[in-house]
Write a protein that binds this ligand. Structure first.
Ligand code: AMP
Length: 284
């Protein structure tokens, strides 16, 4: 595996692969890799990538002021080992100075009010502009043919898909399913913040989503299903940021009087103690 934080070196490798007809697949991450991240490698190969490029960068501009940027787990050595064992071709792991050389930072804001200010964006108002900013930089460095994102961060996937379309970027954006622990908890680097007690109740987040799916199949009213989900989570000591049933193509709300279509996503964000967890279920 080639490992570099030098943009010119990265570009030269990718340019030469492209001239040999390789299809460049890209997985951006913040590191501290788990099986969820690793699953993106095979999804990317299935989507047609012949060279796998990953990046590890804990991006400061997507964290709010009181969020966990400083304590976010950084485990570069073991991450490199995992990627190399899974036959990744290239790892770009830049420093913050390389990604953001200007000090003070001149902020590039890509606004998507209809997508960035809802759901996770309500509680994290600067988060998605930071994500789109860094993904733009990474796309310009890597120049991938396909980039893959986890369904776990579904709102992020929708935003990036729209950005790529609106900016006429010649990149296919793919989405890969959520990998879970055996008790249903979606894998996340933030799960390690949970205390033993919190870890025991954390799978109830996924339980609440599965319950909502059953209620949708029974054609219950959307607002009732959402309220039941919120009550269930509150009874289990979660602080609920949102529990929402949306159209999966554009994250818009359903009108209560409209019949359900099948393109539905049930999304939730909660806090257990100081740890924020998100999860969702897609009904296609
Ligand atoms: P992160 O390092 O948290 O920025 O995540 C990098 C990529 O991995 C994103 O596209 C995430 O959606 C994806 N990802 C994170 N957790 C999971 C999971 N449990 N299953 C599948 N993909 C995931």
């Amino acid at each position: 595996m080639i490992i570099s934080e030098d943009i010119d070196i990265i570009r030269n490798h990718i340019k030469s692969w492209k001239t040999h007809g390789e299809k460049i697949g890209f997985i951006p991450t913040m590191g501290n890799l788990h099986k969820g991240h690793i699953s993106l490698i095979s999804s990317l190969k299935q989507a047609g990538a012949t060279k796998i490029v990953t990046s590890i960068f804990v991006n400061p501009t997507q964290f709010g002021i009181n969020e966990d940027y400083a304590k976010y787990p950084r485990t570069l050595d073991s991450d490199e080992k995992k990627l190399s064992e899974h036959n990744v071709d290239l790892l770009f792991s830049p420093s913050t100075d390389i990604m953001y050389p200007k000090n003070p930072l001149s902020r590039l804001i890509i606004e998507y009010p209809e997508y960035s200010n809802i759901l996770c964006g309500e509680n994290r108002p600067t988060h998605f502009s930071g994500v789109l900013w860094v993904v733009n930089k990474l796309f310009n460095i890597i120049n991938p043919d396909i980039a893959i994102f986890g369904q776990k961060d579904y709102q992020q996937y929708i935003l990036i898909k729209n950005m790529v379309k609106d900016l006429f970027m010649p990149i296919t954006i793919a989405c890969s399913p959520i990998i879970r622990e055996s008790d249903g908890l979606a894998l996340s680097s933030r799960n390690q913040y949970l205390s033993k007690q919190e870890r025991l109740i954390a799978p109830k987040l996924y339980e609440s989503l599965k319950e909502a799916k059953i209620s949708i199949d029974r054609k219950l009213k959307i607002s009732d299903i959402e309220n039941n989900g919120i009550s269930f989570l509150r009874r289990n000591n979660f602080l609920v940021e949102y529990f929402s049933i949306r159209r999966s193509n554009d994250l818009k709300k359903f009108d209560n009087n409209q019949p359900f279509s099948r393109s539905i996503i049930i999304l939730a964000a909660v806090k257990i103690g100081r740890t924020r967890l998100i999860d969702n279920i897609l009904l296609t």
